[in-house]
Design a protein around this ligand. Sequence first.
Ligand SMILES: *[C@@H]1O[C@H](CO)[C@@H](O)[C@H](O)[C@H]1NC(C)=O
Ligand SMILES: *[C@@H]1O[C@H](CO)[C@@H](O)[C@H](O)[C@H]1NC(C)=O
Ligand SMILES: *[C@@H]1O[C@H](CO)[C@@H](O)[C@H](O)[C@H]1NC(C)=O
Ligand SMILES: *[C@@H]1O[C@H](CO)[C@@H](O)[C@H](O)[C@H]1NC(C)=O
Ligand SMILES: *[C@@H]1O[C@H](CO)[C@@H](O)[C@H](O)[C@H]1NC(C)=O
Ligand SMILES: *[C@@H]1O[C@H](CO)[C@@H](O)[C@H](O)[C@H]1NC(C)=O
Ligand SMILES: *[C@@H]1O[C@H](CO)[C@@H](O)[C@H](O)[C@H]1NC(C)=O
Ligand SMILES: *[C@@H]1O[C@H](CO)[C@@H](O)[C@H](O)[C@H]1NC(C)=O
Length: 351
Amino acid sequence: MGCNRSCGLLTVAIIGAVLAILGGILIPVGNHFVEKTIKKETVIENGTTIYSNWIVPGSPVYRQFWFFDVQNPEDVMENGSAPILQQKGPYTYMVRYLPKENITEHEDATVSYLLPNIALFQPDMSVGSENDTFTIVNLAVVAAPTLFPSMVQIMDLLMQSSKSKFLQTRTVKEILWGYEDPFLKLIKIPSIDKVVGVFYPHNETYDGPYRIYTGKDDIKKAGIIHSYQYNRTVNYWEGHCGMVNGTDGSSFPPFVSKDDKLYMFSSDICRSAYGIFDSEQTVKDILLYRFSVPEAITAAPSVNPDNICFCTDKEISDNCTTGGIIDISSCKEGNRGKMGGFGTINLCGLV
Ligand SMILES: *[C@@H]1O[C@H](CO)[C@@H](O)[C@H](O)[C@H]1NC(C)=O
Ligand SMILES: *[C@@H]1O[C@H](CO)[C@@H](O)[C@H](O)[C@H]1NC(C)=O
Ligand SMILES: *[C@@H]1O[C@H](CO)[C@@H](O)[C@H](O)[C@H]1NC(C)=O
Ligand SMILES: *[C@@H]1O[C@H](CO)[C@@H](O)[C@H](O)[C@H]1NC(C)=O
Ligand SMILES: *[C@@H]1O[C@H](CO)[C@@H](O)[C@H](O)[C@H]1NC(C)=O
Ligand SMILES: *[C@@H]1O[C@H](CO)[C@@H](O)[C@H](O)[C@H]1NC(C)=O
Ligand SMILES: *[C@@H]1O[C@H](CO)[C@@H](O)[C@H](O)[C@H]1NC(C)=O
Ligand SMILES: *[C@@H]1O[C@H](CO)[C@@H](O)[C@H](O)[C@H]1NC(C)=O
């Protein structure tokens, strides 16, 4: 028996209906199943899929630096002229590739750990070598008056005898990770560390302890920091600026929507920040959302009033009208009682 046109239409309709029903069933079942699996496997505890990826991030984490080179150092030092700056970078380091240490699970669905600090130079992702030199401010000379206010005259003499100037030329490696300073070497106080550098000391030190939610009781909290160094706040900034918000940046809770603000805390810049939805990306046919840190994060308080508590020096910031930079000196100086550095951190987009 042949099939006429209306039979054909009927078949199509039935198949269509079946598909529609299958689709109708499959999607919610699929979602429910996927959702359940995600909820189970993204809890940060021994045995879940995410756990080993959490101990050591499965994909490399890089940190990049740009430097401002003073082009007219003599003119600046002799005549007090405005510096002519040339930006150069990036100089890229791979970080966070060591496993977290002292992982301790707690009763209240939290886990604490230490992040080992490590940085490995990546020549192929950098504009030059770690031996490239830059003329920048002399960290020790600039910091001395604040650190030893009662000894300004002695400091002046020591600076002269060590031929230390306000500007100095140093390699990338020295500026970031530390060098022995000739001027500090002359200060015969044993408790003063003679090594300076923006991130000194780094290797073989630890960041933390961090204590984060595992997500076991509420998956929306997985990875969110419960406390950093046993505290909910950092004391470098007043009020909401000192709040420790979000995750440590290496992971975020699942089920992100485009309207979310993804908060993270970075001890390198001593503060929390957030990413907002930037664009859709496709990787291996999987749709992804790219979040990036908005300019508002470091905008001048006159543009974004929320940032008023990040403005710590009214003179340098022209009464809080300067944007795009954050002054992390108070946080770096307090660094384990050692003199640290000064930095202008360029917040890079986060993928
Ligand atoms: C996870 O649990 C297994 C079995 O209980 C244990 O052998 C392993 O050491 C644990 N891993 C970590 C990182 O604690
Ligand atoms: C300082 O200024 C004087 C006068 O303008 C100029 O002749 C001299 O070259 C400047 N010094 C340097 C190091 O540029
Ligand atoms: C890790 O824990 C062990 C044992 O509790 C302790 O001895 C060690 O000092 C801790 N490591 C760090 C870096 O605090
Ligand atoms: C840190 O230690 C690693 C491994 O030992 C080494 O390769 C790297 O060069 C060190 N980085 C610095 C900045 O000293
Ligand atoms: C950088 O300088 C060090 C010490 O002088 C040297 O061993 C190293 O080979 C240099 N690296 C490059 C890439 O030039
Ligand atoms: C936590 O930080 C606040 C504000 O900086 C400070 O007053 C408090 O003493 C700190 N608490 C602990 C336990 O360190
Ligand atoms: C921390 O989060 C709160 C909202 O929960 C916000 O008001 C505050 O500005 C945030 N602070 C920082 C430094 O991101
Ligand atoms: C900042 O404001 C004060 C008072 O309004 C004013 O006296 C001072 O000149 C201002 N400083 C700068 C750098 O604009």
